[in-house]
Design a protein around this ligand. Sequence first.
Ligand SMILES: [Zn+2]
Length: 197
Amino acid sequence: MNEGVLDELVDALRCLPGVGPKSAQRMALHLLQRDRKGAARLGEVMVRAMHSVQHCQQCRIFTENTVCSYCSDTSREPSQLCVVENPADVLAIEKSTEYRGRFFLLLGQLSPLDGVGPKDLGLDLLEERLNSGEVTELTLATNQSVEGQATARYITTLATDRDVSVMQIARGIPIGSELEFADSTTLSVAFEQRTRL
Ligand SMILES: [Zn+2]
């Protein structure tokens, strides 16, 4: 391996999840040998995305605006709020279910041992939202891992303290699995059969 910028490229590629030194090297060489155009585009779009994509101020979904298209869509029911962990979960729910309320994105799970507390998940923002009185029904579509369940319990308390009814999507989703990998029928049924907590 040469020195300088090539090493830097290999090192930079390692910021991608699951990419170790060997695959980073393979990727760098592939881009240099076979796809310089693609690499240039990747670099350019990456810079633009990092500069312009931010969290929606209301639901934390990634957006180029201060408020995302879900939150600004007046045809969506503002009294219904669905709490999910990942952006991919929003897309999965949109694709597979009839749900047409609003979303709130946690981007993680409570995990005190890893230093992830309520604020890191925007739960102070969620609390404000619930305080506004706009939301009457909250649906938990969080994953069923141990941390996911702890997060769900925390949110349930926030909501019930404010007389907001809480529903949880049914357990058709296998325990410990990620929502985004559920097939759309399973997710659709789980959403249909959500139960009041
Ligand atoms: Zn939003």
